[in-house]
Ligand binder design. Structure first.
Ligand code: SER
Length: 314
């Protein structure tokens, strides 16, 4: 039976690139993109408007298109969520429970749901943070991701739902704009370097965070979902690592391409969220279970970002 995928939250930073990756792999007509916002890029396959909290609306799409898998990406991210914690909790949890219920009822074969390094908190070991460790998040975003991981594992253990998940680090890409995260500075820096030759970071110079280039993140996501079921041993969410760097370090790499580039620092509330998260992640479980390995380090990522953003400028 052929695969038909619904991506909920397809107009966001990950969705934009994941839809493209899935369409390349499985055929444009087999991937239905959906969001409450218009797409960031032109679509070569189906796009429908639907609210991630509208169970009936989602069910209608499943029936109409014969959907077999859902990738649920709709969420408020760390910084946006802190502005409206109650709504962030509602959106992040309700949308997940709707999809898990649909899977429990047999309407879906597989579900993908992203978690985050935000499940960790100030009491978590900061360096090479293990797969299983203290998780005491201090952001509502982190609380929702941690609870969601628990629900994923519960639906798997109790009902046999095949739900798979990754704890993404900060994601950096040139095809789509990020929306409301603490790690967004590492995307903004490129656009500002091109436009103004300068950037003021909302995180201080020494804030080390785990990050990943989007092509690695998309490959990890599809590889995880395509791995044979017996390889998936973690049913909360897999640690996933690409690279780690500070604002100062990425500024130095960006400056190689933009001589005279000036970096300033004006830390705001997001500094506290960054301070509560790990410096680096141990992803040995993902490597051992389904063969994960990243391809991009800081330099390779910066080179590719600049090449593509400059190309895009003509
Ligand atoms: N990149 C996300 C954020 O900063 C972390 O999952 O909110």
């Amino acid at each position: 039976m052929s695969k038909k995928i619904l991506v909920i939250g397809s107009s966001g930073q990950i969705g934009t690139e994941l839809v493209e990756g899935l369409r390349t792999r499985f055929g444009a007509e087999n991937i239905v993109a959906s969001d409450i916002k218009q797409p960031q890029v032109a679509q070569d396959g189906p796009f429908v408007m639907v609210d991630a909290m509208d169970r009936r609306g989602i069910e209608r799409i499943l029936d109409k298109h014969g959907i077999t898998e859902v990738y649920l990406l709709a969420a408020l991210l760390s910084a946006t969520a802190e502005k409206d914690p109650a709504f962030a909790w509602k959106l992040n949890m309700e949308s997940l429970l709707i999809v898990l219920e649909l899977a429990r009822e047999g309407k879906l074969k597989k579900v993908y749901w992203p978690s985050s390094i935000a499940v960790f908190g100030p009491t978590t070991p900061k360096d090479m943070t293990p797969q299983r460790t203290v998780t005491e998040p201090t952001t509502v975003y982190g609380i929702s991701k941690l609870a969601g991981e628990g629900w994923c594992q519960y639906y798997h253990q109790r009902y046999g739902v095949d739900v798979r998940s990754l704890r993404y680090p900060g994601l950096i890409g040139w095809k789509s704009a990020p929306g409301g995260g603490t790690t967004d500075y590492a995307v903004h820096i490129f656009h500002e370097a091109i436009k103004h030759g300068a950037y003021t970071s909302f995180l201080g110079p020494k804030s080390t965070l785990p990050m990943m280039y989007m092509p690695d993140a998309i490959r990890a996501t599809i590889d995880l979902m395509e791995a044979p079921v017996e390889r998936i041993k973690v049913r909360t969410s897999y640690n996933l690592a690409g690279m780690s760097f500070t604002p100062e370090e990425i500024a130095a790499e960006v400056a190689r391409h933009f001589p005279g580039f000036r970096m300033g620092y004006a830390p705001d509330q997001r500094q506290a969220y960054a301070d509560s998260w790990p410096n680096s992640i141990d992803d040995s479980a993902a490597r051992a279970d389904w063969g994960w390995a990243p391809r991009y380090d800081l330099r390779a990522m910066v080179d590719d970002m600049v090449l593509n953003l400059r190309g895009g400028q003509g």
